[in-house]
Write a protein that binds this ligand. Structure first.
Ligand code: NAD
Ligand code: DAU
Length: 350
């Protein structure tokens, strides 16, 4: 099979590409990525010379470019991860989320439909989405696969739109599709605009840790390699037309997570316990900040046998170790454009 993975130079995509290249030498993996600020070929340096790997720098919104890539590589199946993914950026600059996540996904679907000439035998369009499409929970309850959509940020609204388009292509044209909606990922190679890598980097450099609002919002954290394994499972064994929720059953209030992060990081840096607590700085809340996300992942467990492999404390420790051992990677991605973003985004908050 020729498997096109979009967004393979980003955080989750790089783990999916690595897993597929190593595990499936009989398949060719084509990584398609525009290399935006979030895409970084260093994330997949270790597979760049693999015989079953190819890279294409291209924009999923570019119809002609997508057509020629589908033709050149005779694409059989797609795993679609390319997206604008950061909620704060979607609040500042929503339109790029609309063009990338909605039009980009629509473009890929249309090109797949044309290339497959409505003969869908052996074909699959797998769309990777987020739990944020379901909205925000109160103190209790979970997101299920049939929870009504209620996206509340430009990011989640654009992902919800893309999910609807994927289902519409499945329903209208009979295209084989599958969708998964996952909770918050953490682990190596995450761009340090997201909570955990941002805070690890700031602890290393003794910079303020900007906690939004009261720090009481809840997220359900999953180690990124477990998400990649779930994607592998769904890709091979998921039922066409279905949706699978993926989550860690691992809910943390932001402030509790931050205290655990500080404890582990201080220890690894040889600092006295609690030293970095003084870096905690409460800042203006995120506009429209969703209070709680929590996934019920019973369906993927019962039907496909997937469960997370790592306990959170272990995953967090591995993650901190990785960032401490890869300071050059952190330094490279936090220079340039990112510094300007950081200064602009946080000047009003800090
Ligand atoms: P990321 O921002 O780290 O990576 C996104 C990748 O997409 C980058 O490599 C970027 O260069 C590429 N890209 C962006 N625009 C593009 C375009 N127009 N054409 C081609 N490539 C483009 O994102 P991530 O955190 O790895 O998330 C990957 C996917 O998983 C997204 O669809 C996201 O919505 C979803 N998701 C993320 C999480 C999470 O916690 N990070 C959880 C659930 C679902
Ligand atoms: O739930 C899945 C989603 O998780 C993915 O779809 C998104 O792509 C991914 O970015 C993530 O969204 P969140 O908004 O939950 O992640 P983020 O790391 O930005 O924030 C996690 C929590 O921490 C959230 O409640 C906001 C808070 N936060 C974040 C930052 C960056 C802070 O308090 N301070 C910060 O500086």
């Amino acid at each position: 099979m020729n498997i096109l993975i979009t967004g393979g130079a980003g955080f989750i995509g790089s783990h999916v590409v690595r897993q597929f290249v190593h595990k499936y030498p009989e398949h060719t993996i084509i990584n398609l990525d525009l290399l935006t600020y979030a895409g970084n070929l260093e994330n997949i340096n270790d597979v760049k010379d693999a015989f079953n790997y190819a890279f294409e720098k291209a924009d999923i919104r570019d119809l002609e470019a997508m057509r020629s890539i589908f033709k050149k590589h005779k694409v059989d199946r797609v795993i679609h991860l390319a997206a604008e993914s950061h909620v704060d950026r979607s609040i500042t600059d929503p339109l790029v989320f609309v063009t990338t996540n909605v039009i980009g996904t629509g473009t890929l679907l249309q090109v797949a439909k044309e290339a497959w000439k409505d003969d869908f035998e052996g074909k699959l369009f797998y769309h990777v989405s987020t739990d944020e499409v379901y909205g925000s929970l109160g103190d209790t309850g979970f997101f299920y696969e049939d929870t009504p959509y209620d996206p509340r940020s430009p990011y989640s609204a654009s992902k919800a739109s893309s999910d609807h388009l994927v289902r519409a292509f499945g329903h209208t044209y009979g295209m084989p599709i599958v969708i998964s909606n996952c909770s918050n990922n953490y682990g190596p190679y995450q761009f340090p605009e997201k909570l955990l890598p941002l805070f690890i980097n700031n602890i290393i450099h003794n910079k303020p840790l900007p906690v939004y609002g009261k720090g009481i919002n809840v997220r359900d954290w999953l180690y990124v390699e477990d998400h990649a394994a779930a994607i592998d499972t769904i890709f091979h064994n998921g039922k066409q037309g279905e949706t699978y929720n993926i989550g860690g059953h691992n809910e943390w209030r932001n402030i509790d997570l931050i205290h655990l992060l500080i404890k582990q990081t201080d220890e690894k840096l040889g600092r006295a316990e609690g030293t970095s607590k003084e870096l905690i700085t409460y800042v203006t809340d995120r506009a429209g900040h969703d209070m709680r996300y929590a996934i019920d992942a019973t369906k993927i467990k019962d039907e496909l046998g997937w469960v997370p492999s790592l306990q959170f404390e272990e995953g967090l420790s591995k993650t901190i170790d990785w960032y401490l051992e890869n300071k050059e990677w952190l330094e490279n991605v936090t220079s340039g454009e990112y510094r300007k973003y950081y200064a602009k985004h946080y000047e009003v908050k800090l």
